[in-house]
Ligand binder design. Structure first.
Ligand SMILES: Cc1cc2nc3c(=O)[nH]c(=O)nc-3n(C[C@H](O)[C@H](O)[C@H](O)COP(=O)(O)OP(=O)(O)OC[C@H]3O[C@@H](n4cnc5c(N)ncnc54)[C@H](O)[C@@H]3O)c2cc1C
Length: 370
């Protein structure tokens, strides 16, 4: 399989960079909510840390367009950093209901009809099949799926979120868990609902007589329809590659890469041992599908001399001692020991903001100052 054929997502660094050049922020603003809108499909590369939101922002600002023409795109990009900042500030508490308990929860499982892509809502079922195949799902569709699981099917958000994270090529636990919580109303003032008319409009279909073919006043009161009543405790198997012996040069520092940092430009001109660390304990807690492991390994090929190590950080630390270990800051690396490099945020704005727009207000000031 060539890199280009990897489920429609290139894995070669040069191709990824050229994809940033093709972003059209003006068309994006007008069409992004539609199934065939000018979305960028850059998220798998941002999530895997191959490129940063900052890199994309600089490219967009470099286009020299008036701010009001690029604002919508930059704002959407900033959601990524917003969710990450919450993860940094709140740590593992994002794994539970963040602002308030999710209301009207019938169970903690996953509706079977979603797993089987058999809800009867054609656009949703097709999108789930597509997710299983390619690892991508449009943002608006992610919202529909989460609303069906949590607000119509009455699941608690956590297990359905893990299911989606497992299958997404761009799985990012902050964007994922916090968006699910936003839809389910545990990280927002109210739950998000979409009816069949909305889906028909944005996904260019014309389905009628489904359980979503109702007014919003009806939808907020709906009992779980029979098709969503069956639920199951998911098992999400995650097989890591076999471990191999690594060779470390004791004269050189060791740079640690992982599922969230595959940046080929990171300290690229320095002589170093480069290790892709895959920790079984972490993948046990946040499992991902085989195609995502495969995608990650292909992205790692962009880093010359990188060696794979499947084991816990402490095991690597013993092997690397006494050389310096260097890694990039990330909430899942808090147990690493060594020298921590900062990551490239879009803005200087740091910390927890209870609403995106409070965060965005500060970001906007920085853009204006540029
Ligand atoms: C229920 C749910 C689960 C989600 N899970 C994830 C996830 O696991 N990983 C993930 O990367 N995103 C997640 N998102 C956010 C969003 O759906 C994706 O980032 C976006 O669809 C990626 O496609 P794109 O690159 O074509 O985005 P575009 O629309 O082209 O946006 C450009 C970039 O901006 C950022 N961005 C845009 N919208 C959002 C958003 N709402 N939240 C965060 N960042 C955004 C992304 O980095 C994206 O690559 C989730 C959203 C929902 C509603």
């Amino acid at each position: 399989m060539t890199q280009e054929q990897n489920n429609g997502f290139a894995t070669e660094y040069r191709q990824i960079l050229s994809q940033i050049d093709r972003v059209d922020p003006v068309k994006y603003a007008k069409t992004r909510n539609f199934a065939d809108g000018a979305v960028t499909r850059l998220s798998p590369y941002v999530s895997r840390g191959v490129i940063s939101t900052r890199m994309i922002l600089e490219k967009i600002l470099g286009l020299g367009l008036a701010f009001d023409r690029t604002e919508k795109f930059i704002q959407e990009l900033a959601w990524r950093d917003y969710w990450q900042q919450i993860w940094v500030s709140k740590g593992d508490t994002i794994n539970s209901d963040l602002k308030q308990p999710q209301q009207d929860v019938a169970h903690q499982q996953m509706p079977l009809a979603l797993v089987n892509a058999a809800t009867g809502i054609n656009a949703i079922d097709e999108a789930i099949e597509e997710l299983y195949q390619s690892g991508y799902m449009h943002n608006h569709m992610r919202m529909y799926v989460a609303a069906v699981a949590c607000n119509i099917g009455k699941s608690h958000w956590r297990m359905p979120a893990q299911w989606m994270y497992y299958h997404l090529l761009d799985g990012d636990w902050a964007s994922n868990a916090l968006s699910w919580q936003w839809v389910a109303g545990s990280n927002a003032n109210k739950k998000y609902f979409a009816n069949q008319d909305n889906i028909n409009k944005y996904f260019h279909c014309n389905q009628k007589n489904t359980f979503l073919d109702r007014t919003y006043a009806e939808l907020v009161q709906i009992q779980a329809p029979p098709v969503l009543v069956h639920s199951l405790q998911l098992s999400l198997p995650c097989d890591l590659p076999d471990n191999r012996t690594i060779q470390l040069d004791p004269q050189l520092p060791t740079l640690v890469y992982n599922y969230y940092n595959l940046d080929p430009a990171w300290r690229q001109n320095e002589k170093a041992n480069r290790i892709l660390l895959l920790e079984p304990a972490l993948f046990n807690e946040y499992p991902v599908a085989p195609k995502n492991i495969d995608f990650m390994l292909k992205l790692a090929d962009n880093i010359p001399g990188i060696q794979l190590f499947c084991g816990e950080f402490e095991q690597l630390q013993k092997l690397a001692s006494p050389v310096a270990i260097i890694y990039k800051e990330h909430p899942l690396n808090r147990h690493y020991k060594g020298q921590q490099d900062p990551r490239e945020w879009m803005f200087q704005v740091q910390g927890y903001f209870p609403s995106f727009f409070a965060f965005w207000k500060h970001c906007k000031k920085e853009i204006k100052a540029w």
